[in-house]
Ligand binder design. Structure first.
Ligand SMILES: Nc1nc2c(c(=O)[nH]1)N[C@H]1C(S)=C(S)[C@@H](COP(=O)(O)OP(=O)(O)OC[C@H]3O[C@@H](n4cnc5c(=O)[nH]c(N)nc54)[C@H](O)[C@@H]3O)O[C@H]1N2
Ligand SMILES: Nc1nc2c(c(=O)[nH]1)N[C@H]1C(S)=C(S)[C@@H](COP(=O)(O)OP(=O)(O)OC[C@H]3O[C@@H](n4cnc5c(=O)[nH]c(N)nc54)[C@H](O)[C@@H]3O)O[C@H]1N2
Ligand SMILES: [Mo]
Length: 774
């Protein structure tokens, strides 16, 4: 029987007393007493460790507590005293564990011993580290490197990531899909041809100098809460913040710094000065509408001989393609723009007039932009809007994609890429005297397709929960069992570990918060934040178990067992002293990582040079480029019984890690098996709160994609759109439903049909005291 959802709209600001209670709750749940200890005080400080949760920038002058509620949750989750011992695996078969929830699996605690899957027992059994590495090496040597995939989830450090890509390339593969392929790859593909860098151009101090902030498709409340501080400071200075989001996300409305007693009493700051509830995927339409308003205002100014609205000098000196884009905008009808954006013309005018009044504008965005079929084009539309008034390459202005995992951006910087043109292969060849493969490797979606076809034989995962976070779960799990080799390097037990291949290893590693003791003493690692600043991070806590190895060590041992010796590369020396790996990174990328070891603990991190910040455009034509969009945006079909499903994160989760069943700021408690729906749509379809429904993907490709037993909750969602949680809804996302150009699964608009389930069976026991977690 299912737990009945509790709906209790959240009235307060984000942050505030609720945050304090939640932090205390998770510490109790994980049986750790870190509040009074040094651990949280060291979070995001230049002498401490970088938070394992989000990738938001770390200020040079940190607050006494530079952590947020979700950072504290992620910390408690990693340094928990709960452990999974060998006996746990002796008690449970994998078939049994596959019946457990994501939460129940990870809640068992930290993995402590290397394990190997035993087919006859259907259990994991202990294996020695060296035996495991020898067998992995033997298996890899027996496979065609083209049939082997090395996946990375965005948490591993720059040092581990560099070693991992080098190991893979020396082995003979470029198959390096990364969590980024499901995340900001739309950004990484969109930006290089238009501004010449694959990452955002904004740094933290720009927030102090900006005079207008645009905010598209990011739930900052939950997913980058520390970013609410610069937003709050800007709002307090009177800087307009214009938000575009189909949902009214709490933290983008009001925020109270939970660490400030005065604000706690005063009830918080209003964050967004305008809140535009676009339809799903409506941003491109909205942005073109704003651009049209700007261009028509400029046309009028020019005809009257007034001061121009667009930045003529900038456009002439620095850009190409303005005239074609301006003509495109003039030709759009407001009726069409209202339809595609879901906004009224007046709303687009209002945003445009605020934009035009500002001298320095920052545009931020998240998954609400990138995870659509036209995600790449929408990013380019954001660039168009900024270029109109020279808002790239000056203080207080720029584009600011808010990345996900804490080092996802950095991994790409040091060579985790399936695209060979992004990797200095000649340099690697010169440094390590080997012939790197020159063919492009597999993205995440490509890897899934190849697994379905049986073309992938070996899969190594450096973190993450691949099977759970990708689309098309019902086809992927059976296909996964045909792998010859699965190697899972992880801190906690998850679904991917429970679907074995023929030969399967589960290798437990140190977490970033733990002291990483090697021959040369305790080692530090580095990562790159969302603003391209590099930070050092030192583990603080004694490892939870003695047998854990660090990620660099695990990679080095796999490499040694797989590759012939190479006189140019001493893996053991690198593991003894990670500073040598940083030297190697610097030799490979001398411009980006100059004096890496010396600078890694600079307060605020050291910035990577980014041409676009200085208006040096490393594009094919040496200019910043306007983009004329393709004639029609590929919107998912709505109406006719088809809804657009947006899959999103709740407050109580970090991706597939489910801390609890609550989505506090959206007022939803005790169940994630819900579908949020507009009340008028509910009325039209004869549905009431708590009714159980089935979602079925509206696609005629012969694949059945269904999710049953979801409880309907009325919610302020634009009509025609519904909302469900990731990863539960991933079974509904077709593998071919991805962003054009980047192959990021279009998880924010999946066409689905709704039907009512037969007899509702819900329990309404109040066993879970919701006050404890509020
Ligand atoms: N605590 C916590 N922190 C996290 C994570 C986590 O799971 N938990 N995950 C990390 C990772 S890997 C990532 S990528 C980020 C993700 O952070 P987000 O980018 O915030 O991702 P989602 O939670 O999926 O939320 C998407 C947001 O976009 C909005 N949205 C959906 N469709 C549209 C649209 O068409 N237009 C607009 N304008 N808005 C839309 C949704 O309403 C929601 O506010 O967070 C990172 N940080
Ligand atoms: N429908 C839908 N699907 C999505 C999304 C969506 O919004 N909607 N979002 C997509 C996005 S943005 C992303 S980034 C992906 C996320 O996909 P992944 O990055 O693959 O998944 P996570 O849930 O972050 O991985 C959690 C696991 O990482 C392991 N882990 C944690 N810390 C460490 C560590 O320090 N080292 C190692 N080796 N392992 C560790 C733990 O075992 C834990 O179980 O999902 C994508 N999938
Ligand atoms: Mo992500």
């Amino acid at each position: 029987m299912k737990q009945k959802v509790t709906v209790k709209p959240y009235a307060g600001p984000a942050g505030g007393w609720g945050s304090v209670k939640v932090v205390a709750g998770i510490l109790t749940q994980e049986e750790v007493a870190i509040l009074g200890s040094e651990i949280l005080l060291k979070q995001n400080k230049s002498d401490g460790y970088m938070c394992v949760s989000c990738s938001w920038a770390k200020p040079a002058k940190p607050r006494p507590f530079e952590f947020c509620e979700n950072g504290a949750k992620a910390t408690a989750w990693e340094v928990t005293n709960k452990t999974v011992e060998v006996e746990f695996f002796a008690r449970h078969t994998l078939s049994e564990l596959r019946g457990w929830s994501d939460h129940a699996l990870e809640e068992q605690g930290r993995l402590t011993a290397p394990m190997r899957y035993d087919v006859a027992l259907d259990k994991y059994v202990p294996v020695g580290w060296s035996e495991a590495f020898q067998e992995i090496g033997r298996e890899l040597k027996g496979l065609d490197p083209r049939s082997v995939v090395l996946y990375t989830s965005g948490r591993a450090s720059l040092e581990a990531s560099y070693m991992y890509q080098l190991f893979g390339r020396m082995y003979g593969t470029n198959n390096f899909p990364d969590s980024s392929n499901m995340c900001h790859e739309s950004t990484s593909v969109a930006l290089p041809p238009v501004i010449g860098v694959p990452v955002g151009t904004v740094r933290l101090p720009d927030f102090e100098q900006t005079d207008c902030i645009l905010f598209f498709g990011h739930n900052t409340t939950t997913n980058a809460p520390r970013m609410l501080h610069p937003l709050q400071e800007a709002a307090q200075r009177g800087v307009p913040i214009i938000t575009f989001n189909p949902l009214r996300e709490r933290g983008l409305e009001r925020f109270t710094n939970p660490q400030d007693p005065i604000q706690m009493v005063a009830g918080g700051t209003r964050i967004s000065s305008q809140y535009h509830q676009v339809r799903f995927g409506g941003d491109a339409g909205a942005i073109i509408g704003i651009c049209k308003a700007v261009i028509e205002a400029d046309d009028e100014a020019r005809s009257k001989g007034h001061e121009r609205i667009v930045d003529v000098a900038f456009i002439e000196q620095h850009t190409r393609g303005f005239d074609a884009f301006a003509d495109f905008c003039r030709a759009q009808s407001w009726l069409d723009l209202e339809r595609t954006s879901g906004l009224r013309q007046a709303a687009m005018f209002q945003a445009a007039s605020t934009y035009m009044a500002a001298n320095a504008v920052i545009a931020n965005y998240g998954m609400g932009v990138t995870q659509h079929r036209h995600g790449v084009e929408t990013v380019k539309m954001i660039v168009n809007l900024l270029l109109l008034r020279g808002n790239i390459g000056k203080p207080g202005a720029g584009i600011s994609p808010i990345r996900g995992h804490s080092n996802v951006q950095g991994q790409r910087t040091v060579g985790i890429s399936e695209k060979t043109k992004l990797v200095p292969l000649d340099k690697l060849k010169e440094l390590y005297a080997f012939e790197p493969p020159r063919w492009d490797g597999l993205t995440t979606v490509d890897a899934c397709e190849a697994i379905l076809k049986g073309e992938v034989r070996g899969f190594v995962s450096l973190g993450g929960n691949f099977i759970r976070c990708i689309p098309e779960r019902s086809l992927m799990e059976p296909a996964w069992t045909r792998l010859r080799l699965s190697v899972q390097i992880a801190t906690k037990l998850n679904r991917t570990h429970l679907v074995p291949g023929e030969v399967t290893f589960l290798l437990p590693c140190l977490g970033r918060i733990e002291i990483d003791q090697q021959a040369n003493g305790p080692q530090a690692v580095a990562m790159e934040d969302s603003t391209a600043c590099i930070h050092g991070s030192r583990g603080q806590r004694k490892p939870v178990a003695e047998r854990l190895l660090s990620e660099p060590r695990i990679i080095a041992e796999m490499a040694k067992a797989t590759l012939p010796p190479n006189p140019k590369l001493d893996w053991d020396a690198w593991v003894d002293n990670y500073a040598l790996v940083r030297d190697a990174i610097e030799r490979t990328y001398p411009d980006q990582f100059k004096d890496f070891n010396k600078r890694m603990f600079e307060p605020g991190g050291f910035p990577r040079p980014l041409g676009a910040r200085e208006r040096k455009w490393k594009t094919p034509n040496g200019k910043a480029n306007f983009t004329v969009p393709e004639a029609a945006f590929d919107m998912s079909p709505a109406g006719d019984g088809v809804f657009e499903l947006m899959t999103t994160r709740a407050d109580g989760q970090f991706n597939t890690t489910i801390y609890n069943e609550n989505d506090r700021f959206r007022g939803i408690y005790r169940s994630r098996e819900v579908v949020l729906m507009n009340a008028d749509d509910m009325a039209e379809w004869g549905l009431a709160q708590g009714d159980l429904v089935t979602l079925e993907t509206a696609a005629d490709d012969g694949v059945e994609r269904r999710l049953r037993g979801l409880q309907v909750v009325p919610y302020d969602v634009p009509r025609g759109g519904i909302v469900g949680y990731y990863p539960e809804c991933n079974v509904l996302v077709p593998l071919w439903h991805f962003a054009k150009g980047s192959k990021v699964p279009a998880a924010k608009s999946v066409p689905v049909r709704i039907s009512r389930d037969p007899v509702p069976e819900l329990t309404d026991t109040h066993e879970i005291p919701i006050t404890a977690v509020e």
